[in-house]
Write a protein that binds this ligand. Structure first.
Ligand SMILES: [Zn+2]
Length: 451
């Protein structure tokens, strides 16, 4: 059993891409590190099975409840759901009256503290990771400031699950010409060399940014796929429709949509701030064009992670000191843009498009974990999703974006036991995600808020 669990874990976090039918790059196998084998063999010998007794399991795939049922966890894996007799040595936890959901996935988590020491042993990083887990986020796609941090955090998350979510590491920012937070790779040849170097570090996703031309993006995608990695990021230098056609796997934010529909040089110079530019772009995008763009995403299987919460935050709060204040008209226009993006994301999801949950914390002062709960709320309140649809986006759909839906994203036998136990029904009200009673990460109770 432990070998199955170990291989599942490694497939999840050491970097196997999608299984068949996910439209992802091909499989690739890597060596199993000795420390991982040892630590997991010891665990199997020492830890008893866990039985969650008498709870209601939420089937996020179909948006239905499985009431009054038991969940048996052996090692890191859900073994059985139904009427289960407790194994003699099991740790039985009574969860009567509670709701069991798969852990949330934040696909846009800048979980590397800017003032930190740059390693996974950073006390600030510990705080961020613990905040994520205690709000029910059990997996992140980590977008770090340095690729080395991403790789070390992924290693740490695979061994020390007490306070850490699973970490799928992305690269530092790839951009052709250097900007504030990136180095510039220059041309397509260097872009390829940078991508090869990331593969050697254990990076799973390349994060691309705005200053980019098509040959470079194409070279990055090709090199990434040859290593079993994927590519995500902004789409401004290369607009989102072209990025989809080139095979980019995932596009981020609501800012990445208008440049495909409204020429960037049409934005009047008066709209200099980011907020004004986003609002202007969405206000000038035509409904039929937006629908056609989503059709292009679906045709090429490119995912969209809209990170509504970061733009919503921008619209609702004063900009940081030193930045120009927004006029009431700009603020109203930005609110319209967020609502329209939310509605588009939900329509795209209903039409079979791949939409994932992301936040962009700590940008705009967003908090780790709480911002993921807020993104779910916005999908419902602004986008018109049912709580069930929003929960599916936050779990099973986000696992599909990662190509890890064979092991993550639902509470089903054979999946990793990354579970959140809630006091209220999340299919009735998305705010139930705030009522976290317990969090289980790889089969261990890591957060216990029971009175
Ligand atoms: Zn970001």
């Amino acid at each position: 059993m432990i070998w199955t669990a170990l291989l599942t874990l490694l497939a999840g976090f050491m970097g196997q891409p999608a299984g068949p039918g996910q439209g992802g790059p091909g499989r690739r196998s890597g060596p199993l590190p000795a420390w991982a084998i040892q630590s997991w063999m010891m665990r199997a010998q020492l830890e008893p099975p866990v039985l969650l007794a008498g709870g209601t399991v939420v089937d996020v795939r179909h948006g239905v409840l499985i009431p009054d049922t038991d969940v048996l966890i052996i090692g890191d894996t859900i073994r059985e759901i139904g009427a289960v007799e407790a194994p003699p040595n099991a740790n039985v936890i009574d969860v009567t009256g509670s709701y069991i959901i798969p852990g949330l996935i934040d696909l846009h988590a800048h979980a590397q503290p800017i003032r930190g020491n740059g390693t996974a042993n950073d006390p600030l990083a510990e705080q961020v990771m613990h905040a994520l887990v205690s709000h029910g986020v059990t997996t992140i796609r980590l977008l770090p400031y340095s690729s080395e941090f991403g790789a070390s955090a992924a290693g740490r998350a695979a061994t020390d699950t007490r306070a850490w979510p699973g970490v799928v590491p992305a690269s530092s920012i790839f951009e052709q010409t250097p900007q504030r937070t990136s180095l510039g790779f220059g041309d397509a040849g260097m872009a390829r060399a940078w991508t090869d170097r990331e593969a050697a570090l254990g990076t799973r996703w390349i994060k691309v940014y705005n200053a980019m031309d098509e040959p470079s993006l194409g070279a990055i995608i090709e090199a990434a796929e040859s290593h079993g990695m994927r590519v995500c990021g902004h789409a401004e230098g290369v607009p989102a429709d072209r990025a989809a056609a080139l095979g980019m796997h995932c596009v981020e934010h609501i800012t990445s949509i208008p440049p495909a529909l409204v020429p960037e040089d049409a934005v009047p110079p008066a709209f200099a701030t980011l907020a004004a530019r986003i609002a202007w772009g969405w206000a000038h995008a035509d409904d039929a064009d937006l629908d056609a763009l989503m059709g292009t995403f679906r045709e090429h299987g490119m995912a969209w992670v809209p990170t509504l919460v970061v733009t919503h935050q921008m619209a609702e709060h004063e900009p940081r000191p030193g930045l120009p204040a927004m006029t009431d008209a700009e603020r109203a226009s930005l609110r319209d843009a967020v609502r329209r993006a939310a509605e588009l994301a939900v329509e795209h999801h209903r039409a079979g498009g791949l939409v994932g949950l992301g936040t962009d914390f700590p940008v705009g002062g967003l908090k780790p974990g709480a911002s993921a709960q807020e993104e779910v709320r916005l999908l419902v309140e602004l986008g018109g999703a049912t709580p069930a649809e929003a929960l599916a986006i936050a779990t099973v759909e986000s696992a599909r974006v990662l190509g890890l839906d064979a092991t993550l994203g639902t509470a089903e036998p054979g999946k990793l036991a990354d579970l959140v136990i809630l006091d209220r029904n999340p299919l009735e009200d998305a705010s139930a995600l705030q009522a976290v009673r317990m969090v289980i990460r790889l089969g261990r109770v890591v957060v216990d808020e029971q009175p």
